[in-house]
Design a protein around this ligand. Structure first.
Ligand SMILES: [Zn+2]
Length: 282
Protein backbone atom coordinates (compact mmCIF):
# COMPACT_ATOMS: atom_id res chain seq x y z
CA UNK A 1 0.00 0.00 0.00
CA UNK A 2 2.77 2.43 1.01
CA UNK A 3 4.67 1.51 -2.12
CA UNK A 4 1.57 2.22 -4.19
CA UNK A 5 1.11 5.63 -2.54
CA UNK A 6 4.73 6.56 -3.15
CA UNK A 7 4.42 5.47 -6.76
CA UNK A 8 1.21 7.42 -7.20
CA UNK A 9 2.63 10.61 -5.71
CA UNK A 10 5.75 10.25 -7.85
CA UNK A 11 3.55 9.94 -10.93
CA UNK A 12 1.61 13.03 -9.85
CA UNK A 13 4.81 14.99 -9.20
CA UNK A 14 6.25 14.00 -12.54
CA UNK A 15 3.06 14.72 -14.44
CA UNK A 16 2.73 18.33 -13.25
CA UNK A 17 6.19 19.65 -14.04
CA UNK A 18 6.19 17.87 -17.40
CA UNK A 19 3.05 19.70 -18.56
CA UNK A 20 4.36 22.97 -17.11
CA UNK A 21 7.62 22.47 -18.97
CA UNK A 22 5.78 21.67 -22.16
CA UNK A 23 3.95 25.00 -21.90
CA UNK A 24 7.12 26.93 -21.18
CA UNK A 25 9.05 25.37 -24.03
CA UNK A 26 6.35 26.28 -26.57
CA UNK A 27 7.32 29.94 -26.55
CA UNK A 28 7.18 30.63 -30.28
CA UNK A 29 6.09 34.21 -30.83
CA UNK A 30 4.83 35.78 -34.02
CA UNK A 31 4.62 39.15 -35.71
CA UNK A 32 1.11 40.23 -36.74
CA UNK A 33 0.38 42.55 -39.64
CA UNK A 34 -2.84 43.99 -41.03
CA UNK A 35 -2.64 44.39 -44.80
CA UNK A 36 -4.96 46.63 -46.77
CA UNK A 37 -6.25 45.19 -50.03
CA UNK A 38 -8.67 47.97 -50.94
CA UNK A 39 -11.31 50.41 -49.76
CA UNK A 40 -15.07 50.05 -50.15
CA UNK A 41 -16.24 53.68 -50.17
CA UNK A 42 -19.33 55.19 -48.60
CA UNK A 43 -20.56 52.13 -46.70
CA UNK A 44 -23.49 52.55 -44.25
CA UNK A 45 -22.29 52.30 -40.63
CA UNK A 46 -25.72 50.92 -39.66
CA UNK A 47 -24.83 47.76 -41.60
CA UNK A 48 -21.86 47.28 -39.26
CA UNK A 49 -22.93 48.61 -35.89
CA UNK A 50 -26.32 47.81 -34.38
CA UNK A 51 -28.25 51.01 -33.65
CA UNK A 52 -26.02 53.37 -35.64
CA UNK A 53 -27.43 56.50 -37.28
CA UNK A 54 -28.75 55.47 -40.70
CA UNK A 55 -27.14 58.46 -42.43
CA UNK A 56 -23.58 57.71 -41.27
CA UNK A 57 -21.17 56.43 -43.90
CA UNK A 58 -17.63 55.06 -43.68
CA UNK A 59 -14.92 54.15 -46.18
CA UNK A 60 -14.78 50.49 -45.30
CA UNK A 61 -11.25 49.17 -44.95
CA UNK A 62 -10.76 45.86 -46.72
CA UNK A 63 -7.99 43.89 -45.03
CA UNK A 64 -6.32 40.58 -44.41
CA UNK A 65 -3.82 39.68 -41.71
CA UNK A 66 -0.42 38.03 -41.79
CA UNK A 67 1.03 36.08 -38.85
CA UNK A 68 4.74 35.62 -39.27
CA UNK A 69 7.49 33.65 -37.56
CA UNK A 70 10.81 32.36 -38.91
CA UNK A 71 9.18 29.05 -39.92
CA UNK A 72 5.58 30.03 -40.70
CA UNK A 73 3.72 32.54 -42.84
CA UNK A 74 0.08 32.29 -41.87
CA UNK A 75 -2.55 34.33 -43.65
CA UNK A 76 -5.83 35.11 -41.93
CA UNK A 77 -8.40 35.48 -44.73
CA UNK A 78 -7.64 35.95 -48.39
CA UNK A 79 -9.58 38.96 -49.69
CA UNK A 80 -11.28 38.84 -53.06
CA UNK A 81 -10.15 39.15 -56.65
CA UNK A 82 -12.13 37.01 -59.11
CA UNK A 83 -13.70 39.24 -61.77
CA UNK A 84 -17.24 37.90 -61.25
CA UNK A 85 -16.97 38.56 -57.50
CA UNK A 86 -15.53 42.08 -57.49
CA UNK A 87 -17.35 43.35 -60.60
CA UNK A 88 -19.60 46.34 -59.95
CA UNK A 89 -18.74 46.61 -56.23
CA UNK A 90 -16.65 49.76 -56.68
CA UNK A 91 -13.76 48.67 -54.43
CA UNK A 92 -10.94 51.19 -54.78
CA UNK A 93 -7.24 50.30 -54.89
CA UNK A 94 -8.14 46.61 -54.98
CA UNK A 95 -5.15 44.27 -54.94
CA UNK A 96 -4.93 40.49 -54.66
CA UNK A 97 -3.96 38.99 -51.30
CA UNK A 98 -0.86 37.58 -53.01
CA UNK A 99 0.16 41.14 -53.98
CA UNK A 100 -0.60 42.49 -50.50
CA UNK A 101 1.88 40.04 -48.91
CA UNK A 102 4.52 41.07 -51.47
CA UNK A 103 4.79 44.32 -49.48
CA UNK A 104 6.38 42.18 -46.75
CA UNK A 105 8.63 40.42 -49.24
CA UNK A 106 6.54 37.25 -49.47
CA UNK A 107 5.20 35.43 -52.48
CA UNK A 108 2.11 33.20 -52.70
CA UNK A 109 4.19 30.01 -52.39
CA UNK A 110 5.62 31.20 -49.04
CA UNK A 111 2.23 30.98 -47.31
CA UNK A 112 2.18 27.83 -45.17
CA UNK A 113 -1.31 28.17 -43.69
CA UNK A 114 -4.52 30.07 -44.34
CA UNK A 115 -7.03 30.57 -41.55
CA UNK A 116 -10.48 31.40 -42.98
CA UNK A 117 -12.48 33.29 -40.35
CA UNK A 118 -15.69 32.92 -42.37
CA UNK A 119 -16.90 32.19 -45.87
CA UNK A 120 -17.99 35.68 -47.00
CA UNK A 121 -16.70 36.67 -50.45
CA UNK A 122 -14.44 39.45 -49.13
CA UNK A 123 -12.59 36.98 -46.88
CA UNK A 124 -12.56 33.64 -48.71
CA UNK A 125 -12.45 34.45 -52.43
CA UNK A 126 -8.64 34.40 -52.59
CA UNK A 127 -8.34 30.90 -51.10
CA UNK A 128 -7.03 29.47 -54.36
CA UNK A 129 -4.01 31.81 -54.55
CA UNK A 130 -1.73 29.90 -52.17
CA UNK A 131 -0.63 26.52 -53.56
CA UNK A 132 1.35 25.35 -50.51
CA UNK A 133 -1.10 26.42 -47.83
CA UNK A 134 -3.21 24.32 -45.54
CA UNK A 135 -6.64 25.86 -45.00
CA UNK A 136 -8.08 26.04 -41.46
CA UNK A 137 -11.83 26.56 -41.20
CA UNK A 138 -14.46 25.61 -38.65
CA UNK A 139 -16.03 22.24 -39.40
CA UNK A 140 -19.54 23.68 -38.87
CA UNK A 141 -18.82 26.59 -41.24
CA UNK A 142 -17.69 24.10 -43.87
CA UNK A 143 -20.71 21.84 -43.40
CA UNK A 144 -23.26 24.64 -43.38
CA UNK A 145 -22.05 26.50 -46.48
CA UNK A 146 -21.50 23.34 -48.51
CA UNK A 147 -24.97 22.10 -47.53
CA UNK A 148 -27.87 23.51 -45.54
CA UNK A 149 -27.21 27.17 -46.45
CA UNK A 150 -28.54 26.51 -49.95
CA UNK A 151 -31.65 24.61 -48.83
CA UNK A 152 -35.05 26.15 -48.06
CA UNK A 153 -34.70 28.33 -44.95
CA UNK A 154 -30.92 28.48 -45.30
CA UNK A 155 -28.88 31.68 -45.26
CA UNK A 156 -26.37 32.04 -48.08
CA UNK A 157 -26.10 35.85 -48.16
CA UNK A 158 -22.55 37.02 -48.80
CA UNK A 159 -21.40 33.56 -49.86
CA UNK A 160 -20.05 33.16 -53.39
CA UNK A 161 -20.96 29.76 -54.91
CA UNK A 162 -17.58 29.52 -56.69
CA UNK A 163 -15.79 29.96 -53.35
CA UNK A 164 -17.74 27.00 -51.96
CA UNK A 165 -16.66 24.89 -54.94
CA UNK A 166 -13.04 25.98 -54.41
CA UNK A 167 -13.22 24.98 -50.75
CA UNK A 168 -14.62 21.54 -51.60
CA UNK A 169 -11.91 21.05 -54.22
CA UNK A 170 -9.20 22.01 -51.71
CA UNK A 171 -10.69 19.51 -49.26
CA UNK A 172 -10.65 16.67 -51.81
CA UNK A 173 -6.98 17.57 -52.39
CA UNK A 174 -6.37 17.04 -48.63
CA UNK A 175 -5.53 20.71 -48.11
CA UNK A 176 -8.27 21.57 -45.61
CA UNK A 177 -8.17 21.13 -41.83
CA UNK A 178 -11.63 21.25 -40.27
CA UNK A 179 -11.42 22.77 -36.79
CA UNK A 180 -13.87 21.19 -34.39
CA UNK A 181 -15.14 23.98 -32.16
CA UNK A 182 -14.03 26.68 -29.77
CA UNK A 183 -10.70 27.49 -28.09
CA UNK A 184 -8.52 25.27 -30.26
CA UNK A 185 -4.76 25.75 -30.50
CA UNK A 186 -4.36 24.90 -34.18
CA UNK A 187 -0.69 25.91 -34.38
CA UNK A 188 1.69 26.46 -31.45
CA UNK A 189 0.76 29.89 -30.02
CA UNK A 190 -2.25 30.38 -32.32
CA UNK A 191 -5.79 29.63 -31.17
CA UNK A 192 -9.20 29.99 -32.80
CA UNK A 193 -12.49 30.74 -31.07
CA UNK A 194 -16.16 30.56 -32.04
CA UNK A 195 -19.25 32.36 -30.73
CA UNK A 196 -18.95 35.53 -32.83
CA UNK A 197 -21.77 34.22 -35.04
CA UNK A 198 -21.10 36.67 -37.89
CA UNK A 199 -21.78 33.68 -40.11
CA UNK A 200 -22.94 30.20 -39.18
CA UNK A 201 -19.66 29.34 -37.43
CA UNK A 202 -17.29 32.27 -37.88
CA UNK A 203 -14.06 32.15 -35.90
CA UNK A 204 -11.59 34.65 -34.50
CA UNK A 205 -7.90 34.15 -33.80
CA UNK A 206 -5.49 34.80 -30.94
CA UNK A 207 -1.76 35.05 -31.52
CA UNK A 208 1.14 35.02 -29.06
CA UNK A 209 3.45 37.97 -29.86
CA UNK A 210 6.30 39.74 -28.09
CA UNK A 211 3.76 42.47 -27.13
CA UNK A 212 1.35 39.94 -25.62
CA UNK A 213 -1.71 38.25 -27.04
CA UNK A 214 -3.19 39.82 -30.16
CA UNK A 215 -6.78 38.98 -31.18
CA UNK A 216 -7.71 39.10 -34.85
CA UNK A 217 -11.45 39.57 -34.54
CA UNK A 218 -12.22 39.76 -38.26
CA UNK A 219 -15.91 40.58 -38.81
CA UNK A 220 -16.91 39.25 -35.39
CA UNK A 221 -16.10 42.89 -34.48
CA UNK A 222 -16.31 45.14 -37.54
CA UNK A 223 -15.19 48.40 -35.93
CA UNK A 224 -13.48 49.58 -32.72
CA UNK A 225 -16.79 51.30 -32.07
CA UNK A 226 -18.53 47.94 -31.59
CA UNK A 227 -16.29 47.31 -28.60
CA UNK A 228 -16.41 50.89 -27.29
CA UNK A 229 -20.22 51.12 -27.45
CA UNK A 230 -20.78 47.50 -26.50
CA UNK A 231 -22.86 47.13 -29.67
CA UNK A 232 -23.18 43.85 -31.54
CA UNK A 233 -22.27 43.70 -35.20
CA UNK A 234 -25.26 44.44 -37.41
CA UNK A 235 -24.91 41.24 -39.42
CA UNK A 236 -25.02 38.27 -37.08
CA UNK A 237 -26.83 34.98 -36.56
CA UNK A 238 -27.01 35.71 -32.81
CA UNK A 239 -26.46 39.21 -31.36
CA UNK A 240 -26.12 37.99 -27.73
CA UNK A 241 -23.52 35.45 -28.66
CA UNK A 242 -21.67 38.13 -30.64
CA UNK A 243 -21.57 40.51 -27.67
CA UNK A 244 -20.32 37.74 -25.39
CA UNK A 245 -17.60 36.94 -27.93
CA UNK A 246 -16.55 40.61 -27.98
CA UNK A 247 -16.41 40.61 -24.16
CA UNK A 248 -14.30 37.49 -24.28
CA UNK A 249 -11.87 39.04 -26.76
CA UNK A 250 -11.11 41.63 -24.07
CA UNK A 251 -10.21 38.82 -21.68
CA UNK A 252 -8.03 37.06 -24.24
CA UNK A 253 -6.12 40.10 -25.56
CA UNK A 254 -3.30 41.52 -23.43
CA UNK A 255 -4.56 45.06 -24.16
CA UNK A 256 -7.88 46.19 -25.70
CA UNK A 257 -6.03 47.90 -28.56
CA UNK A 258 -4.50 44.54 -29.50
CA UNK A 259 -7.96 43.44 -30.70
CA UNK A 260 -8.00 44.01 -34.44
CA UNK A 261 -11.42 44.69 -36.01
CA UNK A 262 -12.45 43.40 -39.44
CA UNK A 263 -13.05 46.60 -41.40
CA UNK A 264 -11.98 49.67 -39.42
CA UNK A 265 -9.76 52.16 -41.31
CA UNK A 266 -8.47 53.32 -37.91
CA UNK A 267 -6.28 50.19 -37.69
CA UNK A 268 -3.83 51.90 -40.06
CA UNK A 269 -3.96 55.11 -38.00
CA UNK A 270 -3.40 53.38 -34.65
CA UNK A 271 -0.56 51.32 -36.11
CA UNK A 272 0.99 53.56 -38.80
CA UNK A 273 4.20 51.55 -39.22
CA UNK A 274 5.63 50.35 -41.51
CA UNK A 275 3.02 52.10 -43.70
CA UNK A 276 1.99 51.77 -47.36
CA UNK A 277 -1.08 49.72 -46.44
CA UNK A 278 0.79 47.60 -43.89
CA UNK A 279 0.24 47.94 -40.13
CA UNK A 280 2.30 46.03 -37.59
CA UNK A 281 0.09 45.23 -34.60
CA UNK A 282 2.19 45.56 -31.46
ZN1 LIG B 1 -15.82 41.37 -44.23
Amino acid sequence: MRQLLITLSLVALLALPVSALAQNSSAATYEVYALSYGVYPNFPVSALLTGADKTRRIDLQMMIWLIKSPGKNILVDTGCYHENVVKGKGIQNLIKASDAIAKLGLSATDITDVIITHMHWDHADGMDLFPNAKIWIQKDEYSYYTGAAWQAGGKSGGIEPDDVLTLVKLNTAHKVNLVDGDDREIIDGIKVYTGGRHTYASQYVSVRTASGTVVIASDNMYLYENLEKHAPIAQTFDADSNLKAQDRMKQIATRPDLIVPGHDPAVFVKFPKPGNGVARIQ
